[in-house]
Ligand binder design. Structure first.
Ligand code: NAP
Length: 340
């Protein structure tokens, strides 16, 4: 039986960070551990999921899909951990749960407000509840199936393809019978996509020859699963197939900007190539979580899909780990192991 300490450490947002200088805006503080009130649970956070979208909430912009994190408050984040104190009958002490908690040693939450879910411990690697069985997976799945209406045999291009969401989208598209091409920064990532994930091709967008490599895609791109936006999108637009679809999953190239980034500059191609372009936000599809999880679990158990983890130990190293997302330092899902 785990006895929680009197205090724990929490990351707070004190100022809006500039660029990827997170240390200037966030601070790690020690504070008293809350006692769960009636209806609440106290979770010992084992793994913290670091997600690119959180960067957007660290800015003051109010036109985003989520309100900004108020200055002075704890940084919210998806966590995987164990219930250590419970005042809710459905979440017993000892249960492994996934929840929207905080960047902290412990999260004290109301289950219905924090989407607390008891996870299946029989999975081969418990971290998969933040990987193949996690939020990035339903993002990839709904983006391809519902938003982009991807069909077998089509050519699918995925940006940030060596990252968590992109790696899952690329593998799901391959399982769906598509020709899959990944865009990633650097040869090591591209080799991983070709050799480990067995994509049909991978393009290093940081190397010379990007325009030529995209133009050489035979038959054009039917589906672009875009995690990035920015200049890459402008390179892709003239290489879309007629009636192609673009699922705008993320715009990581512009999350640090105060003003919305200009573009796309090649907007004309939406008319010329009769393209459809749709943004989507995975929490809107939360009601499909169980159904998507069943599909993912089958693919995971049968070895058809995988997730590589980039794990940093220690809550004091959260900012170093978080920066990886914005400088391309990760392959796969970035996690922090909090209780190492
Ligand atoms: P991730 O892909 O694991 O890591 C981010 C990757 O983005 C980096 O490794 C880097 O890879 C690439 N990147 C960063 N800045 C870039 C730039 N300026 N140009 C091109 N590539 C850049 O992170 P993630 O958490 O899974 O998020 C990926 C995207 O999915 C984000 O845009 C995020 O907001 C989005 N997302 C959306 C939803 C939704 O509901 N719509 C849900 C989850 C995630 P390279 O080395 O290849 O540059």
């Amino acid at each position: 039986m785990h006895t929680p300490p009197k205090q724990h450490r929490v990351w707070r947002l004190l100022r809006h960070p500039a660029g990827d200088d997170f240390a200037a805006g966030l601070t790690l503080e020690r504070q008293d551990l809350p006692e769960p009130a009636d209806g609440e649970v106290l979770i010992r956070n084992e793994y913290l999921s670091l997600d690119a979208g959180t960067r957007l909430w660290m800015t003051p912009r109010t036109d985003s899909y989520q309100p900004p994190i108020p200055l002075g408050s704890q940084v919210p984040g998806l966590i995987l951990g164990q219930v250590v104190q419970s005042r809710h009958k459905d979440f017993p002490v000892g249960a492994w749960v996934r929840a929207f908690g905080q960047w902290a040693d412990y999260s004290c939450v109301v289950p219905s407000q924090a989407a607390v879910m008891i996870v299946d411990e029989s999975v081969s690697d418990i971290r998969q509840h933040l990987g193949v069985l996690g939020m990035n997976a339903w993002t990839a799945y709904v983006g391809l199936t519902e938003v982009a209406r991807t069909r077998p045999g089509e050519t699918v291009l995925v940006s940030a393809a060596a990252g968590a969401t992109g790696m899952l989208a690329a593998q799901i598209a391959r399982i769906m019978g598509c020709r899959v091409i990944g865009l990633a920064g650097g040869e090591a990532k591209c080799r991983y996509l070709r050799e480990e994930l067995r994509l049909d091709a991978a393009i290093d967008y940081k190397a010379d020859g990007l325009a030529g490599a995209l133009a050489a895609i035979h038959g054009g791109i039917h589906v672009y699963f875009d995690n990035v936006g920015g200049p890459l999108l402008d390179h892709v637009l003239p290489n879309m197939a007629h009636y192609g679809r673009i699922a705008v999953c993320g715009l990581i190239a512009s999350y640090a900007d105060d003003a919305a980034a200009a573009g796309p500059r090649r907007f004309d191609q939406i008319l010329m190539r009769r393209l459809s372009i749709s943004g989507f936000f995975s929490p809107d599809f939360m009601h499909r979580g169980d159904e998507i999880n069943r599909v993912m679990r089958h693919w995971l158990d049968t070895g058809r899909i995988t997730m590589r983890f980039d794990v940093t130990p220690g809550i004091d190293h959260v900012l170093t780990a978080y920066r990886k997302l914005f400088v391309g330092g990760n392959i796969g899902k970035v996690l922090v192991a909090l209780q190492h």
